[in-house]
Write a protein that binds this ligand. Structure first.
Ligand SMILES: [Zn+2]
Length: 261
């Protein structure tokens, strides 16, 4: 009898431990633009941004590098700080260098920039490879992939011949990874889906291309119970008030936000 009770106790302890492990939820914030001369829903006012970082700091949260969270979600490390937050920025806009970088330096927070190589040193709104390398050198930024030219996969699939679509997927996932690795001298293992669009076919292609984890903008916190190839993030838009922002950080916003980006 004693043995059975002991066994049941062990099982229940094990179950609650693994439940607690799966229950860890970390909000990943997604920004886009910080240029005050280009107002729009994707532009974050720098005063507001600084207010957000200050709130994170004052309320005892730790901004951890995305890679640290990935390692935890993959079970390679045992834990992350209890109140963890991750900051990401998509698209590689020049305003990241010009407006966000000085604020990030002040707070010394790690940031992940998801960029698409076709725009870099090319589009007027984008950063140059030199600027990206400078950010990388600061030790605060890591720079993984966001496909080659930010396609609309959903539309491409409808209008392209199947063989052409396969080629397109290859360019977006394989070629972009290769170019980014050559230009930045790093290994690229993370991917953010453009416009947050993904499906099973794309998830499988990303895995095959060598990405360990991919990220959407499905408006939930990341956790072990999510699919590795579509870990959700929160899109932070200009209209976000501090109350909503706090709800996101405090994990009270699950299902509150759903955005197409
Ligand atoms: Zn994007």
């Amino acid at each position: 009898m004693r043995k059975i009770i002991g066994l049941l106790l062990a099982i229940s302890l094990f179950c609650s431990a693994s439940w607690a492990n799966n229950a860890v939820q970390v909000p990943i914030l997604t920004y886009h633009n910080f240029d005050p001369s280009v107002p729009g829903s994707m532009t974050e006012d720098t005063t507001r941004f600084e207010e957000q970082l200050k709130w994170i700091k004052d309320n005892g949260y730790t901004v951890i590098p995305l890679k640290q969270l990935v390692s935890y979600l993959e079970g390679k490390t045992a834990s992350v700080p209890e109140k963890s937050v991750v900051i990401t920025v998509d698209d590689g806009k020049e305003s990241v260098y010009k407006y966000m970088y000085p604020i990030i330096k002040k707070y010394n927070y790690p940031v992940t920039l998801f960029i698409y190589p076709s725009a870099i040193s090319n589009a007027s709104y984008a950063m140059t490879w030199d600027q990206l390398r400078e950010l990388q050198k600061s030790g605060l930024f890591d720079i993984p992939g966001h496909t080659y030219w930010h396609p609309k996969f959903k539309q491409d699939k409808k209008k392209m011949l199947p063989a052409d679509y396969q080629k397109d997927i290859d360019t977006q996932l394989v070629k972009s990874k290769k170019v980014l690795e050559e230009k930045m001298g790093t290994q690229v293992t993370l991917l953010a889906w453009p416009f947050g669009i993904y499906d099973t076919e794309l998830e499988q292609a990303a895995q095959k291309a060598g990405y360990e984890m991919a990220f959407s903008i499905d408006g939930r916190s990341a956790s072990k119970s999510e699919n590795a190839m579509s870990q959700p993030r929160y899109l932070i838009v200009e209209s976000e008030d501090m109350k909503t922002f706090q709800a996101i950080i405090e994990n009270r916003a699950q299902g509150l936000k759903k955005s197409e980006g």
